[in-house]
Design a protein around this ligand. Sequence first.
Ligand SMILES: CC(C)(COP(=O)(O)OP(=O)(O)OC[C@H]1O[C@@H](n2cnc3c(N)ncnc32)[C@H](O)[C@@H]1OP(=O)(O)O)[C@@H](O)C(=O)NCCC(=O)NCCSC(=O)C[C@H](O)C(=O)O
Ligand code: MG
Length: 286
Amino acid sequence: MDSSTHPFRSVLYIPGSKERALDKARNLPADAIIFDLEDAVAPESKASARQTLADALKTGGYGKRAKIVRINALTTEWGWEDVRALKDVGADAILLPKVNSVSDVDVLADLVGSDMPIWTMMETPVSVFNAREIAAHRQVEGLVTGTNDLTKDLAARYRADRLPLMLALQSIVMAARAARIVAVDGVYNRFRDGDGLKAECEQGRDLGFDGKTLIHPAQIEITNTAFAPTNSEIEVAERQIAAYEESQASGQGIAVVDGQIVENLHVVAAKRVLAKAHAVAEMAAE
Ligand SMILES: CC(C)(COP(=O)(O)OP(=O)(O)OC[C@H]1O[C@@H](n2cnc3c(N)ncnc32)[C@H](O)[C@@H]1OP(=O)(O)O)[C@@H](O)C(=O)NCCC(=O)NCCSC(=O)C[C@H](O)C(=O)O
Ligand SMILES: [Mg+2]
């Protein structure tokens, strides 16, 4: 699965221990679900959550939503057992937390086999320095930003403009784009603050993220809207493509639309807008 064929606007975390939430998610309009065994699950519930989650995934019913399982780090007492229990239950990817370097990914790849896509949490300062190499691993198909862990490890402050995280956010997007894989932004903790979420979604979208991780169903709609192409963007993209094709046919290399030049690279971006709009429409057509 990549972002040209499947949208990753809204990526909802669900604690693997919460049966009601696992059931509810079968009808939520999220593009992807992260079934979490890590931070959302208390140590005393790890074993039962593993079983609850395996049962839910075997039962299925999650439709077109991408199913990503976040295991515990392989350095914990739970990580290896998580892999054993969840690697063959129909997940689309395994998400590894607290990754520092590509050798962490190699350890997981050996355990899950070469056919299982891997996503990595980018949430330590070292992972940001190693982002390019991690993203380039042959099995890594997505990077998930862990803004809470990053803020903690940086001893930074939470700020609405996320200035302390900007280097990390941009490094993660750049690594993902260089490797042509998915990049999703971190969570917005004030899950009942719709205006704050909208602003942070728009910032993440403008930075280049494909979507945002979420912690509550109330965040899905705002996020889906923020990361989808608008009608006006679609209309401009269509006109740019048409104008460029016309200019090519008449032997000119450059077209002009709404007073702005349109070159081949703008056509590539316009086609990406249309592909994303198509993927969003396909997702909605359930
Ligand atoms: C944040 C919550 C604890 C709030 O839960 P609650 O008080 O129960 O919320 P509501 O009563 O408003 O819930 C309404 C209904 O929605 C369902 N629900 C709630 N959350 C989810 C969810 N995430 N997915 C699916 N369904 C959900 C409730 O069951 C209610 O349903 P119903 O009873 O039928 O009406 C809670 O939302 C929650 O636990 N969220 C997930 C938290 C989480 O996953 N945290 C870990 C991931 S974030 C992270 O780790 C960040 C990263 O690693 C980093 O470093 O930054
Ligand atoms: Mg984290």
